[in-house]
Design a protein. Structure first.
Length: 284
């Protein structure tokens, strides 16, 4: 949507879709060209080959940019695990990137740091993976039904205020086995194969405009954690965000009163941060 340069590209988080960026994209479209995309297997995109590692996802992003014949430089914004996508792109093609906005981003160091902080951390990942597998097996067997209370957790709606057609489209997406396969694969790769891939490309980003938005009220697991464990993980999360901001001499980390999906809860705030980076890029 929109016209103008530099083009803004919006990368969703793990399990996220273009719908999570709808409010932000709408607000940015008066300023410049904005592109939101679904990774392979999610949203309106077909499944891609497994495993869904950081390298594989980056290759898809690169192919999309080439297929659309977009003119660099770009402003890249990534939410959560989507920060892997945009950071890898900025590291490999620094001349094509004019700025970054990381929305409550993930770090390749978090899994190891969380494990050291809590011996129960891996249980959270096992719990999440079991849900993806259960939903995927039900979808493959034709048992996943929108009106079946046994699978209500497979249809949890993460986006408020969607129109009825979009709500229906979102729920129908979750009937596809490929979505759950992609989700399980991305989750499994996130703390394993993707970690060395991200470490291999990490580099200082010079003076590129970089804003990191940190959610102060993030829930640190798929379920509410004991207070001591939550405090430990939250402290690590905040420190890792400060580390990501330090990749650029123009890095700026901002604490936001929000849950993890800042772009859903506060789309104007995220749009303003991206617009700020757009204006900084235009001024150079």
């Amino acid at each position: 949507t929109g016209t103008g340069s530099p083009t803004v590209i919006l990368a969703p988080g793990l399990g996220g879709t273009t719908l999570s960026w709808a409010g932000t994209q709408r607000r940015l479209s008066a300023l410049t060209e904005v592109i939101a995309y679904d990774r392979a297997g999610f949203g309106f995109s077909d499944p891609g080959p497994l495993p869904r590692t950081a390298d594989a996802i980056h290759s898809d992003l690169r192919a999309m940019i080439k297929a659309l014949d977009l003119r660099p430089p770009y402003i890249l914004a990534g939410h959560s695990a989507g920060s892997y996508d945009v950071r890898m792109y900025a590291s490999r093609y620094p001349d094509e990137v004019a700025g970054l906005v990381l929305v409550d981003p993930s770090s390749e160091e978090q899994t190891e740091r969380f494990r050291v902080a809590s011996e129960d951390f891996d249980k959270l990942n096992v719990m999440a993976a079991a849900m993806y597998r259960r939903c995927g097996e039900a979808a493959a067997a034709g048992k996943l039904k929108r009106d079946n209370p046994e699978y209500a957790d497979c249809f949890a709606l993460g986006y408020p205020d969607l129109s009825e057609p979009l709500t229906n489209a979102y729920k129908n997406m979750r009937l596809a086995p490929g979505l759950w396969q992609a989700w399980e694969s991305e989750m499994a790769s996130f703390g394993s194969e993707s970690v060395p891939q991200m470490r291999a490309v990490r580099r200082p980003l010079g003076d590129i405009p970089l804003i990191v938005l940190t959610a102060k009220n993030i829930q640190m697991g798929p379920v509410k954690l004991p207070d001591d464990m939550d405090t430990k993980l939250r402290t690590i999360w905040f420190a890792l965000h400060a580390d990501l901001a330090s990749l650029s001499t123009k890095g700026d980390r901002r604490m936001i009163e929000s849950g993890h999906n800042i772009q859903v809860e506060h789309p104007q705030l995220v749009a303003d941060a991206i617009a700020e980076v757009v204006q900084m890029a235009r001024a150079t």
